[in-house]
Design a protein around this ligand. Sequence first.
Ligand code: MN
Length: 363
Amino acid sequence: MLMSFRWYGNKLDKIPLRYIRQIPGMKNVVSAIYHIPVGKVWPYEDILELKNEIEAAGLMFKTVESVNVHEDIKLGLPTRDRYIENYCLTLKNLAKAGVEVVCYNFMPVFDWTRTELAKTLPDGSTALFYDEKVIKDLEPTKLVEDMEKGSNGFELPGWEKGRLAAIKKLFDLYQDINEEKLFANLKYFLEGIIPTAEECGIKMAIHPDDPPWSVFGLPRIVTSKANLERVVKLVDSPANGLALCSGSLGANPNNNVPEIFGHFAKMGRLHFAHVRNIKIYEPGVFSETAHKADDSSLDMYAIMKALYEAGFTGPLRPDHGRMIWDEVGMPGYGLYDRALGAVYLYGLWDSIARCTKDAGTSV
Ligand SMILES: [Mn+2]
């Protein structure tokens, strides 16, 4: 397991790399090139500059999150071939710079969706919150406005302004896309990129939809064990893998998160793990919580144990954190609570390793 931390680069992220380096057990930075629009090739020089900066801080840069997929690919438009070609060129440049895992998602229009970015929890911290009842009465454009307003002036990952400007037009284009068509478009994309990924040694890792159900009537397919199984078989290659996220999958209580993590890790298709907790209040209503919260819904120990027992060696990161100690930061991506999360996960892993009879050493 390679303990990792997401960082948005020195222009967007206010957390210095040297702070990340000081989190016990932290080894790897998960980042991306943010100034290149979706669909364009990431220049090798820019990737190299990012890698050099991260390595100068004593950390590794082995994991990218995300190389976003152009909407034309998800829609299956004729223009998709050009974007798939560009995606392959980006993968080659990333591999040349030593990147091993590339995370992406295949959610139409919206990335991760929440109805509140700073819901106050009983302990006075704030966290991301989702209420299906609120979404039902909300216009998609209003949601975009609310997300922007609540972002503390940061551009939220997946909610980039340019990408969402044409939201009404996008909804029209998705009228004819159901889950089956979206699966077919994902297959076409994977058939286009996986040979290149194999060739250059990149492991592709699709992130589950968050939350794992349809939002605003748009189709969502990366939602359950059965669908994840289908995704890895669309192109049956070890390069076609998953970035499982406990908080995303866990919002649906029918998903047995430790079992799903263990299953795909044993299969060799789990290339990246996001581990965080949530509390489900009622179906479709949840908030994010501390990694260890007494009344939260997911069992962090069981998830880490499943990964350990499957021999998972890939990058693992704490995901969204709460805002604590008056920190002002990008919602979900402050320093303090994610650092606590990382250390909690690291401690679990260390304990599991020491309690395993054949292991005399820790992490
Ligand atoms: Mn995640």
